[in-house]
Design a protein around this ligand. Structure first.
Ligand SMILES: C[S@@+](CC[C@H](N)C(=O)[O-])C[C@H]1O[C@@H](n2cnc3c(N)ncnc32)[C@H](O)[C@@H]1O
Length: 365
């Protein structure tokens, strides 16, 4: 039995269950690294060496529907304006073109309808997977992506194969179960990162910068106890409870996996180095167990709503719309029972903050 989805989409629109209304934790993460983005533009971006700075091209890859993407883009454009002014380019300030990019199934209508008025940039939508080419060669100056690159291009086929040692029976996440499952996801993630970086290497100008926030994993925390391991465990056990009650088929649970892999800093560093097109200017885990800088208060309902906005589309396509409400009501209850595991946003979303710079390559740039 195959999963009934390929492209992952967040819940669109502006309703109660929408991603736009349930993405505060991601927004908080982007806010925490705002200063680091500003520093990367100020210190690492050599605008004056670019062949033409008439138009500065920026993209947000996996932008979803906002408002997070608009805030991120605003930070980047302001930092660029500041940089140009500091280089004395004020009288011939480049124009800014922003490409909002996501799967074609993303709710681009809502995104376009909520674009900030009086924005200091031209806005364009670019549909398609960031695991392939999206832009012409050497056309991008700054690529940003937040909380999107942990989504794999698809679920590795071994974990859906009941004859494979990597079969992920009765579980929906790759953390805390058989080693073979983790390894299948890890290998697939490695291939996806290679595809992502190779596509961007073609598209970015030499010296162009990527600022990435990726849901990550702290190598000091046991995989099953990592926040995504715990949340995935909750969803898996809710689905198994519903299978035991006969509301859904157990075989359907066995064939459902969240296509998510959360790398450690070391794992990601190795992949970037083996790709070879980008220098690593910064790569660190933020919002880890020791970080208490966020004051976002988590409650079980909020957590269940965030989980719902990110996974409802997949759950509906695989199990049918009639079970969706029950899945997330049960999820909220289970989170409440385990609320000691979810103290604040930092514990919840350990994130890799990565700044990469496109190396000079005479064949491409
Ligand atoms: C959790 S949302 C993050 C949205 C926004 N960047 C933020 O920080 O709030 C992840 C987004 O990544 C998109 N995404 C996942 N895989 C993708 C892929 N292969 N290509 C393009 N977009 C993808 C999803 O459609 C979704 O909109």
């Amino acid at each position: 039995m195959q999963q009934q989805f390929e492209a992952v989409s967040m819940t669109g629109g502006h309703g109660t269950n929408s991603y736009a209304n349930n993405s505060l934790l991601q927004r908080d993460g982007a806010n925490l690294v705002k200063t680091m983005i500003e520093e990367a533009v100020a210190e690492k971006l050599e605008i004056d060496t670019f062949p033409s700075v008439g138009t500065f091209n920026i993209t947000d890859l996996g932008c979803s529907v906002g408002p997070n993407t608009f805030l991120a883009v605003q930070t980047i454009v302001k930092a660029l304006e500041h940089k140009c002014a500091s280089l004395g380019l004020s009288s011939c300030m480049p124009e800014f073109q922003v490409f909002f990019s996501d799967h074609s199934s993303n709710d681009f209508n809502t995104l376009f309808a909520s674009l900030p008025p009086n924005r200091p940039y031209f806005a364009t939508g670019v549909p398609g997977s960031f695991y392939g080419r999206l832009f012409p060669k050497a056309s991008l100056h700054f690529a940003y992506s937040s909380y999107a690159l942990h989504w794999l291009s698809k679920v590795p086929k071994e974990v859906l194969d009941r004859n494979s040692p990597a079969w992920n029976k009765g579980r929906v996440i790759c953390l805390g179960g058989p080693r073979e499952v983790f390894e299948a996801f890890s290998r697939h993630f490695g291939r996806d990162v290679e595809a992502f970086l190779s596509a961007r290497a073609q598209e970015m100008v030499s010296g162009g910068i990527m600022g990435l926030i990726i849901l990550g994993r702290d190598d000091k925390v046991a995989e099953a106890k990592s926040p995504i391991g715990v949340i995935g465990g909750v969803l898996g056990s809710v689905l198994m409870d519903m299978a035991a009650k006969g509301t859904i088929e157990e075989a359907k649970v066995d064939s459902f996996n969240l296509p998510i892999f959360t790398p450690t800093a070391k794992e990601y560093q190795k992949l970037v180095e083996s790709n070879g097109y980008f220098s690593i200017e910064k790569l660190e885990l933020v919002r880890d167990d020791s970080d208490r800088s966020s004051d976002v208060a988590i409650d079980p309902k909020m957590l269940a709503m965030h989980g719902r906005a990110a996974t409802e589309d997949m759950v509906r396509k695989h199990f049918g719309h009639e079970v969706v409400d029950e899945v997330y009501q049960r999820g909220e209850k289970k989170i409440m029972e385990n609320s000691h595991l979810f103290k604040n946003a930092n514990v919840l979303l350990p994130s890799l903050f990565v700044i990469l710079k496109r190396k000079a390559d005479p064949q491409i740039a």
